[in-house]
Design a protein around this ligand. Structure first.
Ligand SMILES: Nc1nc2c(ncn2[C@@H]2O[C@H](COP(=O)(O)OP(=O)(O)O)[C@@H](O)[C@H]2O)c(=O)[nH]1
Ligand SMILES: [Mg+2]
Length: 235
């Protein structure tokens, strides 16, 4: 018997989200700010599954988080990239309960950031990805017009062992609206080769492309990480 149910089948042109997608989006909409940490040792130890969002500065990470949670300003979408050096945690769960946490990690690769800060960032990121005990999945945001860059690769190397060990990993190719159909297909193909066993999806906050699929991915991940979350409490 398969343990990972397939994505619910939808007709290709369906404008109306499936029931599962509506549920996933409703769940994501419960996101609220939990805490912020400048250093790893300031992060609270948590039992619930944590899903980390990582990506180069300006990749569209804040916009993706705001779109997925349907909240305009949950994550700060910055006009000044490279300014958020904190790890921000957002709690998810209905009726005030917390059944998962999103971790918004500092964007990397912003050219104007001093080298020492970049190196500090790399250490924090690597330590987080290797040591965070409740880490249940990683979403990497990547602008496909720039492709997977050096710092993305460093990060991929860091998490590869955990991905090979079964850690769910998703690359979201952002700003897909800026690519034509052929370019989208090509970007998808290239990223799949680089994802090292992770999944890849095209995503556009502007056109709402991939929003439901990404929401479903996150919801399933949280449910699979905590079996109780899927119990038929309201059946
Ligand atoms: N066209 C388009 N632009 C986007 C999209 N998502 C983000 N952007 C733009 O990309 C820039 C960086 O976005 P932001 O979310 O702040 O990136 P972050 O630094 O990774 O958090 C902003 O100007 C956004 O408006 C998208 O889906 N389509
Ligand atoms: Mg941001």
């Amino acid at each position: 018997m398969s343990t990972t149910p397939p994505v619910p089948h939808r007709p290709p042109s369906a404008a109306v989200p499936s029931e599962a997608a509506r549920d996933a989006l409703g769940w994501l909409h419960t996101a609220r700010f939990l805490t912020t940490a400048a250093q790893l040792n300031q992060l609270p130890a948590l039992e619930v599954p944590e899903i980390a969002f990582v990506g180069r500065s300006n990749a569209g990470k804040s916009t993706a988080i705001n779109t997925l949670t349907q909240q305009k300003q949950l994550a700060y979408a910055s006009k000044k990239p490279g300014r958020t050096q904190h790890i921000n945690l957002f709690a998810l769960g209905r009726q005030g309960t917390t059944d998962a946490v999103l971790a918004d990690l500092p964007g990397y690769g912003y050219a104007a950031v001093p080298l020492a800060d970049k190196q500090r960032w790399q250490r924090v990121m690597a330590n987080y990805l290797v040591t965070r005990e409740n880490l249940a999945g990683v979403v990497m945001l990547c602008d496909p017009r720039h492709g997977i860059k050096e710092l993305d690769e460093i990060l991929l190397e860091v998490i590869r062992p955990r991905v090979e060990d079964g850690l769910p990993f998703l690359i979201l190719l952002t700003k897909a609206d800026k690519l034509g159909r052929t370019e989208q297909a090509k970007a998808l193909q290239i990223a799949k080769l680089q994802a090292g066993g992770g999944e890849v999806m095209l995503f556009s906050a502007l056109k709402r492309q991939g929003v439901e699929d990404a929401a479903l991915w996150l919801r399933r991940l949280a449910e699979n990480a905590t079996p109780e979350a899927g119990s038929p409490a309201s059946a």
